[in-house]
Design a protein around this ligand. Structure first.
Ligand code: F6R
Length: 618
Protein backbone atom coordinates (compact mmCIF):
# COMPACT_ATOMS: atom_id res chain seq x y z
CA UNK A 1 0.00 0.00 0.00
CA UNK A 2 1.11 3.58 -0.50
CA UNK A 3 3.54 5.05 2.02
CA UNK A 4 4.24 8.63 3.09
CA UNK A 5 7.24 10.22 4.78
CA UNK A 6 7.83 13.96 5.23
CA UNK A 7 10.51 15.90 7.11
CA UNK A 8 10.97 19.50 8.25
CA UNK A 9 14.28 20.20 9.97
CA UNK A 10 17.77 21.43 9.37
CA UNK A 11 19.48 18.30 8.01
CA UNK A 12 19.72 17.57 4.24
CA UNK A 13 16.30 16.12 3.57
CA UNK A 14 16.79 13.78 0.61
CA UNK A 15 18.79 11.05 2.45
CA UNK A 16 16.19 11.12 5.23
CA UNK A 17 13.34 10.75 2.76
CA UNK A 18 15.08 8.01 0.77
CA UNK A 19 15.79 5.96 3.87
CA UNK A 20 12.18 6.52 5.01
CA UNK A 21 10.96 5.21 1.67
CA UNK A 22 13.16 2.15 2.01
CA UNK A 23 11.51 1.44 5.35
CA UNK A 24 8.11 1.75 3.71
CA UNK A 25 8.94 -0.57 0.80
CA UNK A 26 7.65 -3.59 2.73
CA UNK A 27 4.10 -2.21 2.42
CA UNK A 28 4.23 -3.01 -1.30
CA UNK A 29 4.56 -0.30 -3.96
CA UNK A 30 5.15 0.19 -7.66
CA UNK A 31 6.68 3.68 -7.97
CA UNK A 32 8.15 6.35 -5.73
CA UNK A 33 8.84 10.05 -5.61
CA UNK A 34 10.26 12.92 -3.62
CA UNK A 35 9.37 16.63 -3.59
CA UNK A 36 11.69 19.07 -1.82
CA UNK A 37 11.53 22.78 -1.22
CA UNK A 38 14.66 24.10 -2.85
CA UNK A 39 14.07 27.78 -2.53
CA UNK A 40 13.07 28.76 -6.06
CA UNK A 41 9.37 28.97 -5.34
CA UNK A 42 8.65 25.48 -6.59
CA UNK A 43 8.75 21.98 -5.25
CA UNK A 44 11.56 20.10 -7.01
CA UNK A 45 9.96 16.74 -7.76
CA UNK A 46 11.81 13.56 -8.71
CA UNK A 47 9.93 10.35 -9.50
CA UNK A 48 10.96 6.84 -10.47
CA UNK A 49 9.62 3.31 -10.74
CA UNK A 50 11.69 2.09 -7.79
CA UNK A 51 13.35 3.50 -4.68
CA UNK A 52 16.83 2.55 -5.96
CA UNK A 53 16.33 4.52 -9.16
CA UNK A 54 14.90 7.39 -7.19
CA UNK A 55 17.86 7.41 -4.79
CA UNK A 56 20.24 7.55 -7.71
CA UNK A 57 18.31 10.34 -9.39
CA UNK A 58 18.20 12.58 -6.32
CA UNK A 59 21.81 11.95 -5.32
CA UNK A 60 23.00 13.62 -8.54
CA UNK A 61 20.73 16.66 -8.26
CA UNK A 62 22.12 20.15 -8.33
CA UNK A 63 19.76 21.97 -5.97
CA UNK A 64 18.88 25.59 -6.55
CA UNK A 65 21.40 27.83 -4.80
CA UNK A 66 23.75 24.94 -4.02
CA UNK A 67 22.41 24.35 -0.50
CA UNK A 68 20.80 21.00 0.30
CA UNK A 69 17.05 21.39 0.92
CA UNK A 70 15.86 20.56 4.43
CA UNK A 71 12.09 20.24 3.95
CA UNK A 72 10.41 17.66 1.77
CA UNK A 73 7.77 15.00 1.24
CA UNK A 74 8.04 11.54 -0.29
CA UNK A 75 5.83 8.65 -1.29
CA UNK A 76 5.73 5.04 -2.38
CA UNK A 77 2.75 4.52 -4.69
CA UNK A 78 0.57 1.43 -5.05
CA UNK A 79 -1.42 2.19 -8.19
CA UNK A 80 -5.19 2.64 -7.94
CA UNK A 81 -6.09 5.32 -10.52
CA UNK A 82 -3.90 5.29 -13.61
CA UNK A 83 -1.15 2.88 -14.63
CA UNK A 84 2.26 2.36 -13.11
CA UNK A 85 4.01 5.26 -14.85
CA UNK A 86 6.35 8.02 -13.79
CA UNK A 87 3.78 10.79 -14.47
CA UNK A 88 1.36 8.98 -12.16
CA UNK A 89 3.89 8.65 -9.33
CA UNK A 90 3.59 11.12 -6.45
CA UNK A 91 4.20 13.92 -5.50
CA UNK A 92 1.64 15.67 -7.68
CA UNK A 93 1.91 19.39 -8.02
CA UNK A 94 -0.17 22.37 -9.05
CA UNK A 95 0.64 23.65 -12.55
CA UNK A 96 3.45 25.95 -11.45
CA UNK A 97 4.80 23.38 -9.02
CA UNK A 98 4.07 25.62 -6.04
CA UNK A 99 1.89 23.11 -4.20
CA UNK A 100 3.02 19.49 -3.88
CA UNK A 101 0.95 16.60 -2.51
CA UNK A 102 1.48 12.94 -1.63
CA UNK A 103 -1.63 10.88 -0.97
CA UNK A 104 -2.85 7.49 0.28
CA UNK A 105 -6.41 6.38 -0.42
CA UNK A 106 -8.98 7.16 -3.08
CA UNK A 107 -10.77 10.39 -3.97
CA UNK A 108 -14.15 8.92 -4.86
CA UNK A 109 -15.52 12.08 -6.46
CA UNK A 110 -12.35 12.87 -8.42
CA UNK A 111 -14.08 12.84 -11.82
CA UNK A 112 -16.50 15.60 -10.80
CA UNK A 113 -13.69 17.58 -9.19
CA UNK A 114 -11.44 17.11 -12.19
CA UNK A 115 -14.16 18.39 -14.51
CA UNK A 116 -14.76 21.38 -12.26
CA UNK A 117 -11.05 22.21 -12.07
CA UNK A 118 -10.46 21.65 -15.80
CA UNK A 119 -13.37 23.99 -16.58
CA UNK A 120 -11.69 26.55 -14.34
CA UNK A 121 -8.49 26.28 -16.42
CA UNK A 122 -6.39 23.88 -14.31
CA UNK A 123 -4.26 21.53 -16.39
CA UNK A 124 -3.77 17.89 -15.42
CA UNK A 125 -0.61 15.96 -16.14
CA UNK A 126 -1.45 12.54 -14.65
CA UNK A 127 -4.31 10.03 -14.63
CA UNK A 128 -4.48 9.99 -10.85
CA UNK A 129 -7.23 11.01 -8.48
CA UNK A 130 -4.56 12.65 -6.31
CA UNK A 131 -3.84 15.48 -8.70
CA UNK A 132 -7.21 17.09 -7.95
CA UNK A 133 -6.05 17.59 -4.36
CA UNK A 134 -2.99 19.57 -5.50
CA UNK A 135 -5.17 21.84 -7.64
CA UNK A 136 -7.83 22.27 -4.96
CA UNK A 137 -5.16 23.38 -2.50
CA UNK A 138 -3.45 25.61 -5.07
CA UNK A 139 -6.73 27.39 -5.84
CA UNK A 140 -7.12 28.34 -2.18
CA UNK A 141 -3.46 29.26 -1.72
CA UNK A 142 -3.64 31.49 -4.81
CA UNK A 143 -6.54 33.34 -3.22
CA UNK A 144 -4.34 34.13 -0.22
CA UNK A 145 -5.26 31.40 2.26
CA UNK A 146 -2.70 29.63 4.44
CA UNK A 147 -1.61 26.11 3.50
CA UNK A 148 -3.45 24.69 6.52
CA UNK A 149 -6.69 26.49 5.55
CA UNK A 150 -6.32 25.36 1.94
CA UNK A 151 -5.73 21.74 2.99
CA UNK A 152 -8.78 21.95 5.25
CA UNK A 153 -10.93 23.16 2.33
CA UNK A 154 -9.60 20.45 0.03
CA UNK A 155 -10.21 17.84 2.71
CA UNK A 156 -13.84 18.95 2.99
CA UNK A 157 -14.36 18.74 -0.77
CA UNK A 158 -13.05 15.24 -1.38
CA UNK A 159 -15.12 12.13 -0.72
CA UNK A 160 -13.84 8.76 0.47
CA UNK A 161 -11.03 7.77 2.77
CA UNK A 162 -7.70 9.52 2.22
CA UNK A 163 -4.59 10.63 4.03
CA UNK A 164 -2.43 13.26 2.41
CA UNK A 165 0.46 15.59 3.06
CA UNK A 166 1.11 18.89 1.29
CA UNK A 167 3.65 21.70 0.99
CA UNK A 168 3.37 25.14 -0.59
CA UNK A 169 6.07 27.46 -1.88
CA UNK A 170 4.11 30.32 -0.30
CA UNK A 171 4.95 28.90 3.15
CA UNK A 172 8.44 27.45 3.03
CA UNK A 173 9.23 25.18 5.96
CA UNK A 174 5.61 24.13 6.60
CA UNK A 175 4.17 20.66 5.93
CA UNK A 176 0.50 19.87 6.52
CA UNK A 177 -0.93 16.37 6.83
CA UNK A 178 -4.54 15.24 7.21
CA UNK A 179 -6.28 11.95 7.88
CA UNK A 180 -9.78 11.35 6.49
CA UNK A 181 -11.27 7.98 7.36
CA UNK A 182 -9.34 4.77 7.10
CA UNK A 183 -6.98 5.02 4.18
CA UNK A 184 -3.87 4.51 6.25
CA UNK A 185 -2.73 6.63 9.13
CA UNK A 186 -0.71 9.78 9.59
CA UNK A 187 1.78 9.64 12.44
CA UNK A 188 3.56 12.78 13.62
CA UNK A 189 7.12 12.23 14.84
CA UNK A 190 8.32 14.85 17.32
CA UNK A 191 12.06 15.53 17.26
CA UNK A 192 14.49 18.02 18.68
CA UNK A 193 14.84 20.66 15.95
CA UNK A 194 12.90 18.60 13.43
CA UNK A 195 9.51 16.98 12.97
CA UNK A 196 8.16 14.30 10.68
CA UNK A 197 4.92 13.02 9.22
CA UNK A 198 4.58 9.43 8.02
CA UNK A 199 2.02 6.83 7.17
CA UNK A 200 3.86 4.31 9.25
CA UNK A 201 5.64 4.63 12.55
CA UNK A 202 8.50 2.43 11.30
CA UNK A 203 9.65 5.28 9.07
CA UNK A 204 9.73 7.60 12.07
CA UNK A 205 11.42 5.33 14.58
CA UNK A 206 14.99 5.84 13.34
CA UNK A 207 14.58 9.54 14.20
CA UNK A 208 12.39 9.73 17.29
CA UNK A 209 10.15 7.61 19.49
CA UNK A 210 7.80 10.47 20.41
CA UNK A 211 4.69 10.29 18.26
CA UNK A 212 1.14 11.50 17.84
CA UNK A 213 -1.32 9.43 15.79
CA UNK A 214 -3.88 11.53 13.94
CA UNK A 215 -7.49 10.43 14.16
CA UNK A 216 -9.90 10.67 11.27
CA UNK A 217 -10.73 14.33 10.54
CA UNK A 218 -7.58 15.63 12.20
CA UNK A 219 -4.75 17.65 10.71
CA UNK A 220 -1.17 18.36 11.75
CA UNK A 221 0.92 21.27 10.59
CA UNK A 222 4.63 20.81 11.23
CA UNK A 223 7.77 22.92 10.91
CA UNK A 224 11.30 22.24 12.13
CA UNK A 225 10.38 23.73 15.48
CA UNK A 226 6.86 22.57 16.24
CA UNK A 227 3.63 20.78 15.45
CA UNK A 228 0.08 22.15 15.61
CA UNK A 229 -3.10 20.13 15.48
CA UNK A 230 -6.58 21.06 14.34
CA UNK A 231 -9.77 19.52 13.03
CA UNK A 232 -11.57 20.17 9.77
CA UNK A 233 -13.55 23.03 11.27
CA UNK A 234 -10.28 24.79 12.13
CA UNK A 235 -10.58 24.17 15.87
CA UNK A 236 -7.16 23.89 17.49
CA UNK A 237 -6.56 20.52 19.20
CA UNK A 238 -4.22 19.74 22.07
CA UNK A 239 -2.38 16.50 21.40
CA UNK A 240 0.38 15.17 23.64
CA UNK A 241 3.01 12.94 22.12
CA UNK A 242 3.31 9.38 23.41
CA UNK A 243 6.59 7.49 23.67
CA UNK A 244 6.46 4.25 21.73
CA UNK A 245 8.61 1.26 22.42
CA UNK A 246 9.46 -0.64 19.30
CA UNK A 247 12.72 -2.36 18.77
CA UNK A 248 13.71 -1.28 15.29
CA UNK A 249 16.63 -3.70 15.28
CA UNK A 250 14.15 -6.55 15.48
CA UNK A 251 13.16 -5.64 11.95
CA UNK A 252 16.57 -6.54 10.61
CA UNK A 253 16.71 -9.84 8.76
CA UNK A 254 19.63 -11.18 10.74
CA UNK A 255 20.83 -14.59 9.70
CA UNK A 256 17.79 -15.38 7.54
CA UNK A 257 17.68 -15.11 3.76
CA UNK A 258 14.23 -13.55 3.89
CA UNK A 259 12.11 -11.80 6.47
CA UNK A 260 9.49 -14.47 5.94
CA UNK A 261 11.93 -17.20 7.00
CA UNK A 262 12.83 -15.17 10.04
CA UNK A 263 9.21 -14.50 10.89
CA UNK A 264 8.26 -18.17 10.58
CA UNK A 265 11.15 -18.96 12.91
CA UNK A 266 10.07 -16.31 15.40
CA UNK A 267 6.70 -17.93 16.03
CA UNK A 268 7.52 -19.73 19.28
CA UNK A 269 8.66 -16.42 20.74
CA UNK A 270 5.77 -14.53 19.17
CA UNK A 271 3.09 -16.79 20.68
CA UNK A 272 4.80 -16.57 24.08
CA UNK A 273 4.58 -12.83 23.79
CA UNK A 274 0.90 -13.12 22.82
CA UNK A 275 0.27 -14.95 26.10
CA UNK A 276 2.42 -12.73 28.29
CA UNK A 277 0.57 -11.16 31.20
CA UNK A 278 -2.65 -12.84 30.09
CA UNK A 279 -2.31 -16.51 30.88
CA UNK A 280 -1.84 -17.77 34.43
CA UNK A 281 -0.55 -21.27 33.76
CA UNK A 282 -0.41 -22.15 37.41
CA UNK A 283 -4.08 -21.54 38.13
CA UNK A 284 -5.48 -22.28 34.71
CA UNK A 285 -6.87 -18.78 34.26
CA UNK A 286 -6.88 -16.33 31.35
CA UNK A 287 -7.13 -12.66 32.22
CA UNK A 288 -7.79 -10.06 29.52
CA UNK A 289 -7.80 -6.72 31.35
CA UNK A 290 -8.10 -4.92 28.01
CA UNK A 291 -11.75 -6.01 27.77
CA UNK A 292 -14.22 -3.64 29.40
CA UNK A 293 -17.17 -6.02 29.81
CA UNK A 294 -18.66 -7.24 33.07
CA UNK A 295 -19.60 -10.90 33.55
CA UNK A 296 -23.27 -9.89 33.28
CA UNK A 297 -22.60 -8.26 29.93
CA UNK A 298 -20.72 -11.33 28.72
CA UNK A 299 -23.64 -13.54 29.76
CA UNK A 300 -26.01 -11.41 27.70
CA UNK A 301 -24.08 -11.94 24.45
CA UNK A 302 -26.19 -14.10 22.15
CA UNK A 303 -24.16 -13.99 18.95
CA UNK A 304 -20.49 -13.62 18.02
CA UNK A 305 -19.34 -12.38 14.62
CA UNK A 306 -15.65 -12.58 13.73
CA UNK A 307 -14.70 -10.34 10.85
CA UNK A 308 -11.52 -9.91 8.81
CA UNK A 309 -9.94 -10.31 5.39
CA UNK A 310 -7.52 -12.78 3.82
CA UNK A 311 -5.33 -14.51 6.37
CA UNK A 312 -7.09 -12.69 9.18
CA UNK A 313 -10.40 -14.10 7.94
CA UNK A 314 -8.91 -17.58 8.20
CA UNK A 315 -8.03 -16.81 11.82
CA UNK A 316 -11.64 -15.73 12.31
CA UNK A 317 -12.86 -19.08 10.96
CA UNK A 318 -10.78 -20.89 13.57
CA UNK A 319 -11.87 -18.48 16.30
CA UNK A 320 -15.56 -18.92 15.46
CA UNK A 321 -15.31 -22.68 15.80
CA UNK A 322 -13.47 -22.55 19.10
CA UNK A 323 -15.60 -19.81 20.66
CA UNK A 324 -18.80 -21.64 19.77
CA UNK A 325 -17.43 -24.93 21.09
CA UNK A 326 -16.22 -23.44 24.38
CA UNK A 327 -18.97 -20.92 25.13
CA UNK A 328 -22.01 -22.32 23.35
CA UNK A 329 -22.67 -18.91 21.79
CA UNK A 330 -23.47 -19.12 18.05
CA UNK A 331 -20.36 -17.75 16.33
CA UNK A 332 -19.62 -17.17 12.68
CA UNK A 333 -16.72 -15.81 10.63
CA UNK A 334 -17.57 -13.14 8.09
CA UNK A 335 -15.59 -11.66 5.24
CA UNK A 336 -15.51 -7.98 6.23
CA UNK A 337 -15.94 -6.76 2.65
CA UNK A 338 -19.26 -8.63 2.53
CA UNK A 339 -20.34 -7.89 6.07
CA UNK A 340 -19.99 -4.14 5.55
CA UNK A 341 -22.64 -4.12 2.80
CA UNK A 342 -24.98 -6.76 4.15
CA UNK A 343 -28.21 -6.13 5.90
CA UNK A 344 -27.48 -7.56 9.34
CA UNK A 345 -29.24 -7.86 12.62
CA UNK A 346 -26.34 -6.88 14.83
CA UNK A 347 -27.35 -5.34 18.13
CA UNK A 348 -26.08 -4.70 21.64
CA UNK A 349 -26.15 -8.44 22.36
CA UNK A 350 -23.79 -9.15 19.48
CA UNK A 351 -20.05 -9.33 20.06
CA UNK A 352 -18.06 -8.37 16.95
CA UNK A 353 -14.43 -9.50 16.98
CA UNK A 354 -12.34 -7.91 14.24
CA UNK A 355 -8.98 -9.43 13.37
CA UNK A 356 -6.50 -7.21 11.53
CA UNK A 357 -2.74 -7.22 11.91
CA UNK A 358 -2.39 -3.77 10.32
CA UNK A 359 -5.38 -2.25 12.11
CA UNK A 360 -5.99 -0.26 8.94
CA UNK A 361 -7.67 -2.65 6.49
CA UNK A 362 -10.38 -0.56 4.86
CA UNK A 363 -13.01 -3.31 4.64
CA UNK A 364 -12.46 -4.48 8.20
CA UNK A 365 -12.72 -0.91 9.48
CA UNK A 366 -15.91 -0.35 7.49
CA UNK A 367 -17.43 -3.49 9.02
CA UNK A 368 -16.40 -2.14 12.44
CA UNK A 369 -18.18 1.12 11.66
CA UNK A 370 -21.30 -0.89 10.86
CA UNK A 371 -20.97 -2.68 14.19
CA UNK A 372 -20.60 0.64 16.01
CA UNK A 373 -23.75 1.99 14.36
CA UNK A 374 -25.68 -1.12 15.42
CA UNK A 375 -24.60 -0.78 19.03
CA UNK A 376 -22.73 -4.10 19.03
CA UNK A 377 -19.89 -4.81 21.41
CA UNK A 378 -16.54 -4.67 19.67
CA UNK A 379 -13.16 -6.24 20.27
CA UNK A 380 -10.21 -5.86 17.90
CA UNK A 381 -7.21 -8.16 17.59
CA UNK A 382 -4.47 -5.97 16.18
CA UNK A 383 -0.70 -5.98 15.80
CA UNK A 384 0.02 -2.34 14.91
CA UNK A 385 -0.25 -0.04 17.89
CA UNK A 386 -2.52 2.98 17.91
CA UNK A 387 -4.11 2.20 14.54
CA UNK A 388 -7.69 2.95 13.60
CA UNK A 389 -9.13 -0.43 14.60
CA UNK A 390 -7.80 0.14 18.11
CA UNK A 391 -9.50 3.52 18.28
CA UNK A 392 -12.89 2.13 17.23
CA UNK A 393 -12.98 -1.04 19.36
CA UNK A 394 -14.21 -1.12 22.97
CA UNK A 395 -11.07 -3.06 23.76
CA UNK A 396 -7.98 -4.12 21.81
CA UNK A 397 -6.13 -7.36 22.27
CA UNK A 398 -2.69 -6.70 20.85
CA UNK A 399 -1.18 -9.69 19.08
CA UNK A 400 2.34 -9.05 20.33
CA UNK A 401 3.90 -10.70 17.28
CA UNK A 402 6.47 -7.94 16.74
CA UNK A 403 6.93 -6.12 13.48
CA UNK A 404 6.17 -8.34 10.49
CA UNK A 405 8.07 -7.13 7.44
CA UNK A 406 7.23 -9.95 5.02
CA UNK A 407 4.10 -8.92 3.13
CA UNK A 408 2.49 -12.32 3.67
CA UNK A 409 1.21 -12.78 7.21
CA UNK A 410 2.82 -15.61 9.15
CA UNK A 411 3.58 -14.90 12.78
CA UNK A 412 0.72 -12.40 13.05
CA UNK A 413 -1.71 -15.15 12.04
CA UNK A 414 -0.19 -17.53 14.56
CA UNK A 415 -0.57 -14.88 17.25
CA UNK A 416 -4.14 -14.10 16.27
CA UNK A 417 -5.00 -17.81 16.64
CA UNK A 418 -3.30 -17.77 20.03
CA UNK A 419 -5.23 -14.72 21.18
CA UNK A 420 -8.53 -16.10 19.85
CA UNK A 421 -7.86 -19.26 21.83
CA UNK A 422 -7.36 -17.17 24.97
CA UNK A 423 -10.48 -15.15 24.19
CA UNK A 424 -12.55 -18.34 23.86
CA UNK A 425 -11.30 -19.54 27.25
CA UNK A 426 -11.86 -16.12 28.82
CA UNK A 427 -15.44 -15.90 27.51
CA UNK A 428 -16.11 -19.50 28.59
CA UNK A 429 -14.88 -18.78 32.14
CA UNK A 430 -16.74 -15.48 32.49
CA UNK A 431 -19.94 -16.83 30.98
CA UNK A 432 -19.82 -19.86 33.19
CA UNK A 433 -19.85 -22.41 30.37
CA UNK A 434 -16.34 -23.67 31.00
CA UNK A 435 -15.73 -25.74 34.10
CA UNK A 436 -12.62 -24.95 36.15
CA UNK A 437 -11.26 -28.38 35.25
CA UNK A 438 -11.70 -27.86 31.53
CA UNK A 439 -10.28 -24.32 31.74
CA UNK A 440 -7.18 -25.67 33.47
CA UNK A 441 -6.81 -28.31 30.74
CA UNK A 442 -7.16 -25.74 27.92
CA UNK A 443 -4.65 -23.40 29.56
CA UNK A 444 -2.22 -26.24 30.14
CA UNK A 445 -2.63 -27.27 26.47
CA UNK A 446 -1.75 -23.72 25.46
CA UNK A 447 1.44 -23.87 27.49
CA UNK A 448 2.67 -26.57 25.07
CA UNK A 449 2.23 -24.35 22.02
CA UNK A 450 5.66 -22.62 21.84
CA UNK A 451 7.47 -25.93 22.22
CA UNK A 452 5.30 -27.70 19.63
CA UNK A 453 5.79 -24.88 17.14
CA UNK A 454 9.55 -25.01 17.70
CA UNK A 455 9.48 -28.75 17.03
CA UNK A 456 7.66 -28.19 13.74
CA UNK A 457 10.03 -25.42 12.64
CA UNK A 458 13.04 -27.65 13.19
CA UNK A 459 11.52 -30.09 10.74
CA UNK A 460 11.74 -27.67 7.80
CA UNK A 461 13.96 -29.75 5.47
CA UNK A 462 11.17 -32.05 4.32
CA UNK A 463 9.04 -29.08 3.19
CA UNK A 464 12.03 -27.68 1.31
CA UNK A 465 12.60 -31.00 -0.43
CA UNK A 466 8.92 -31.33 -1.35
CA UNK A 467 8.90 -27.80 -2.73
CA UNK A 468 11.78 -28.70 -5.04
CA UNK A 469 10.78 -32.26 -5.95
CA UNK A 470 7.00 -32.19 -6.13
CA UNK A 471 5.49 -28.71 -6.09
CA UNK A 472 7.63 -26.27 -8.06
CA UNK A 473 6.58 -27.63 -11.47
CA UNK A 474 2.84 -27.82 -10.68
CA UNK A 475 0.29 -25.26 -11.85
CA UNK A 476 -2.57 -26.35 -9.56
CA UNK A 477 -2.92 -27.59 -6.00
CA UNK A 478 -5.84 -28.64 -3.82
CA UNK A 479 -5.76 -28.24 -0.02
CA UNK A 480 -8.31 -30.20 2.03
CA UNK A 481 -9.13 -30.03 5.72
CA UNK A 482 -12.09 -30.52 8.03
CA UNK A 483 -13.31 -28.73 11.15
CA UNK A 484 -10.72 -26.28 12.50
CA UNK A 485 -8.30 -27.57 9.86
CA UNK A 486 -10.50 -26.19 7.08
CA UNK A 487 -9.25 -22.61 7.67
CA UNK A 488 -5.70 -23.96 7.78
CA UNK A 489 -6.24 -25.59 4.37
CA UNK A 490 -7.60 -22.26 3.08
CA UNK A 491 -4.55 -20.49 4.45
CA UNK A 492 -2.17 -23.05 2.90
CA UNK A 493 -3.76 -22.42 -0.50
CA UNK A 494 -3.68 -18.64 -0.03
CA UNK A 495 0.00 -18.70 0.89
CA UNK A 496 0.84 -20.85 -2.15
CA UNK A 497 -1.08 -18.49 -4.45
CA UNK A 498 0.42 -15.30 -3.11
CA UNK A 499 4.04 -16.44 -2.77
CA UNK A 500 4.60 -19.06 -5.49
CA UNK A 501 1.91 -17.79 -7.91
CA UNK A 502 0.56 -21.33 -8.19
CA UNK A 503 -3.19 -21.73 -8.47
CA UNK A 504 -4.35 -23.39 -5.25
CA UNK A 505 -7.78 -24.03 -3.76
CA UNK A 506 -8.58 -24.64 -0.11
CA UNK A 507 -11.75 -26.65 0.54
CA UNK A 508 -13.58 -28.36 3.36
CA UNK A 509 -12.76 -31.96 2.47
CA UNK A 510 -16.43 -32.98 2.48
CA UNK A 511 -17.11 -30.55 -0.35
CA UNK A 512 -14.62 -32.23 -2.67
CA UNK A 513 -17.02 -34.67 -4.26
CA UNK A 514 -19.47 -31.87 -4.98
CA UNK A 515 -17.29 -30.42 -7.74
CA UNK A 516 -13.55 -30.04 -7.13
CA UNK A 517 -13.07 -33.80 -7.59
CA UNK A 518 -13.47 -33.23 -11.33
CA UNK A 519 -10.09 -31.48 -11.29
CA UNK A 520 -8.21 -34.40 -9.74
CA UNK A 521 -5.50 -35.71 -12.05
CA UNK A 522 -1.78 -36.41 -11.90
CA UNK A 523 -1.31 -32.71 -12.62
CA UNK A 524 -3.03 -31.47 -9.44
CA UNK A 525 -1.59 -32.74 -6.17
CA UNK A 526 -3.69 -32.63 -3.02
CA UNK A 527 -2.39 -31.50 0.34
CA UNK A 528 -4.58 -33.38 2.82
CA UNK A 529 -4.61 -32.25 6.45
CA UNK A 530 -5.20 -35.53 8.26
CA UNK A 531 -3.75 -35.50 11.76
CA UNK A 532 -5.37 -37.70 14.40
CA UNK A 533 -8.68 -36.34 15.67
CA UNK A 534 -12.42 -36.80 15.52
CA UNK A 535 -12.56 -36.41 11.73
CA UNK A 536 -9.51 -38.52 10.87
CA UNK A 537 -11.49 -41.39 9.32
CA UNK A 538 -13.41 -38.96 7.13
CA UNK A 539 -10.12 -37.57 5.83
CA UNK A 540 -8.89 -41.08 5.09
CA UNK A 541 -12.03 -41.49 2.97
CA UNK A 542 -11.28 -38.31 1.04
CA UNK A 543 -7.67 -39.32 0.47
CA UNK A 544 -8.82 -42.66 -0.93
CA UNK A 545 -11.12 -40.83 -3.33
CA UNK A 546 -8.24 -38.70 -4.61
CA UNK A 547 -5.93 -41.70 -4.99
CA UNK A 548 -8.62 -43.67 -6.84
CA UNK A 549 -8.60 -40.92 -9.49
CA UNK A 550 -4.88 -40.90 -10.01
CA UNK A 551 -4.20 -37.87 -7.81
CA UNK A 552 -0.95 -37.38 -5.91
CA UNK A 553 -1.41 -36.80 -2.15
CA UNK A 554 0.84 -35.08 0.35
CA UNK A 555 -0.64 -35.80 3.77
CA UNK A 556 -0.10 -34.13 7.11
CA UNK A 557 -0.37 -36.85 9.70
CA UNK A 558 0.45 -37.46 13.33
CA UNK A 559 3.71 -39.23 14.17
CA UNK A 560 3.03 -42.92 14.55
CA UNK A 561 0.21 -43.05 11.97
CA UNK A 562 0.85 -46.32 10.15
CA UNK A 563 -1.89 -45.89 7.53
CA UNK A 564 -0.76 -42.70 5.82
CA UNK A 565 2.63 -43.82 4.45
CA UNK A 566 0.98 -46.67 2.53
CA UNK A 567 -1.93 -44.57 1.36
CA UNK A 568 -0.26 -41.36 0.22
CA UNK A 569 2.76 -40.23 -1.79
CA UNK A 570 4.41 -38.17 0.94
CA UNK A 571 3.75 -37.58 4.62
CA UNK A 572 4.63 -34.46 6.58
CA UNK A 573 4.59 -35.38 10.26
CA UNK A 574 3.10 -33.35 13.08
CA UNK A 575 3.52 -34.20 16.76
CA UNK A 576 0.56 -35.44 18.78
CA UNK A 577 -1.14 -32.32 20.19
CA UNK A 578 -4.39 -31.20 21.86
CA UNK A 579 -7.44 -30.62 19.66
CA UNK A 580 -7.33 -26.80 19.41
CA UNK A 581 -3.54 -26.67 19.20
CA UNK A 582 -3.35 -29.02 16.19
CA UNK A 583 -4.57 -26.37 13.68
CA UNK A 584 -1.92 -23.94 14.90
CA UNK A 585 0.99 -26.30 14.49
CA UNK A 586 -0.36 -27.56 11.15
CA UNK A 587 -0.10 -23.98 9.93
CA UNK A 588 3.72 -24.17 10.02
CA UNK A 589 4.13 -26.62 7.11
CA UNK A 590 1.57 -24.57 5.14
CA UNK A 591 3.86 -21.56 5.52
CA UNK A 592 7.03 -23.53 4.85
CA UNK A 593 5.71 -25.25 1.71
CA UNK A 594 4.71 -21.90 0.21
CA UNK A 595 7.94 -20.21 1.27
CA UNK A 596 10.22 -22.88 -0.18
CA UNK A 597 8.20 -23.22 -3.38
CA UNK A 598 8.41 -19.46 -3.86
CA UNK A 599 12.18 -19.50 -3.35
CA UNK A 600 12.59 -22.60 -5.57
CA UNK A 601 10.80 -20.75 -8.36
CA UNK A 602 13.08 -17.73 -7.98
CA UNK A 603 10.49 -15.39 -6.46
CA UNK A 604 10.98 -13.04 -3.54
CA UNK A 605 8.63 -14.29 -0.80
CA UNK A 606 8.99 -11.04 1.14
CA UNK A 607 7.50 -8.93 -1.63
CA UNK A 608 4.94 -10.92 -3.59
CA UNK A 609 3.76 -9.20 -6.74
CA UNK A 610 0.62 -7.04 -6.65
CA UNK A 611 0.27 -7.41 -2.89
CA UNK A 612 0.48 -4.89 -0.11
CA UNK A 613 1.01 -5.27 3.62
CA UNK A 614 -1.78 -2.95 4.52
CA UNK A 615 -4.82 -2.78 2.24
CA UNK A 616 -6.27 0.63 2.96
CA UNK A 617 -8.54 0.83 -0.09
CA UNK A 618 -11.55 -1.30 -0.95
C1 F6R B 1 -1.96 -12.71 3.35
C2 F6R B 1 -2.23 -11.45 4.00
C3 F6R B 1 -3.52 -10.78 3.72
C4 F6R B 1 -4.03 -10.05 4.99
C5 F6R B 1 -5.28 -9.23 4.67
C6 F6R B 1 -5.84 -8.56 5.92
O1 F6R B 1 -0.70 -13.23 3.68
O2 F6R B 1 -1.41 -10.95 4.71
O3 F6R B 1 -4.49 -11.66 3.24
O4 F6R B 1 -4.29 -11.00 5.97
O5 F6R B 1 -4.97 -8.26 3.72
O6 F6R B 1 -4.89 -7.74 6.50
P1 F6R B 1 -4.97 -7.28 8.00
O7 F6R B 1 -4.75 -8.44 8.87
O8 F6R B 1 -3.91 -6.23 8.14
O9 F6R B 1 -6.35 -6.70 8.20
Amino acid sequence: MCGIIAYAGSEPVTPILVSGLRTLEYRGYDSAGIGVQNGDGKSAVTRALGVDDLAEAVSGQDWNGGAEPTVGIAHTRWATHGGVTIPNAHPHTSAEGRVAVVHNGIVENYIALRTELSDAGYLFSSETDTEVIAHLIARRVESGESLAAAVRCAARRIQGASSFVATSAAEPGVIVGVRLGNAGGIVVGIGDGFNLLASDVLAILPHTDLVVYLRSGEMASITASGAEYSDLSGMVLERSPARISRNFEAAARGEYPHFMAKEIAEQPEAVSSAMRRRVDFENGVVDLPELPYTDDEIRLIDRVILSGMGTSLHSCMYGAQMIEAVTGIPAQAENASELRYRSTSLNERTLVISVTQSGETADTLAAMDLATQSGAKQIALVEAEGTQATLVADGTLYLGAGQEIGVASTKTMMCSLTVLYQLAVYLGIHRGTLSAKRAIKLVSDLSRLPGLIAEMIDDDDHCEQLAHDRLGDKRHLLYLGRGALHPVAMEGALKMKELAYIHAEGYPAGEMKHGPIALISDDMPTVALAPQGALYDKMVGNINEVKARGGEVIALATYGDTTMPGLTDEVLWVPEAPEWIVPMITLIPMQQLAYHTSVALGHNPDKPRNLAKSVTVE
